[in-house]
Design a protein around this ligand. Sequence first.
Ligand SMILES: [Zn+2]
Length: 272
Amino acid sequence: MPRTAVFFHAHPDDEALLTAGTMAMLAAEGHRVVLVVATAGERGLADVEPGEELARTRTAELYKSAAALGCARVVLLGYGDSGLSSDGGVAGDRPDNAFIDADSEEAAGRLAKVLIEEEADLLTIYDPAGGYGHPDHVQVHRVGGRAAEIAGTPVVLEATVNRDPLLKGLRLAGRFYRFPAEFDVRAFERAYTPGDAITHRVNVRRFARQKRASMEAHATQAAGGEGPRTLAVMLKVPGPLYRLLFGTEWYVRRDLPAGARLTHPFDHWPRS
Ligand SMILES: [Zn+2]
């Protein structure tokens, strides 16, 4: 039976990094996949000046990514990108309508309206840490969780990353490569989710082509700033290694025991 899954993200390109393979998989299985994004990411690092022009460019990139993944609908909530200060906290010079300053009940109501319209069976949000801690990502966790309560959406999955292999990889890389002074590997000890708390490991290797196309769609995020961008580095990884490194997507479903080892977002469905 086809179902509807709504993927809630903070900025254009977050869907590419965290949930693209799952989205492409569900679309290929005949489910309705809806992408909701809180902001246009107009304060992200890019070669284009931050502001309206970057918002337009990144919105166009988002639609291109959504098309590559087979999304049926894209909704932009239109909040301002809160940005990130140089020390990783909330930026002081943020716009008036910054997502982080939005009334979370009001924002949740707007997302709930989409969930109700779509009769959503599943909503994805982020882990409570907001992944690496961007304030807009923490807000996605809060607002998304509340929206699901209002709309009565039966399943909520927190899109995350398994922290254990990430930390292992970073520590290994630190032996061969000198990280910039401001890059603190220890900060990742509190980011994302430890492996034993993850309930879903979704194998998306078969959808590596779509996931890569989604990443490639966000061209502004693979350039700009000093030094290499995460997305640019990921896109340089050759095919077989790409499938290995980016072939799993992780989720936490809080109403299941932490040790659950599920492989599909609709596994352990409450109605079945
Ligand atoms: Zn983001």
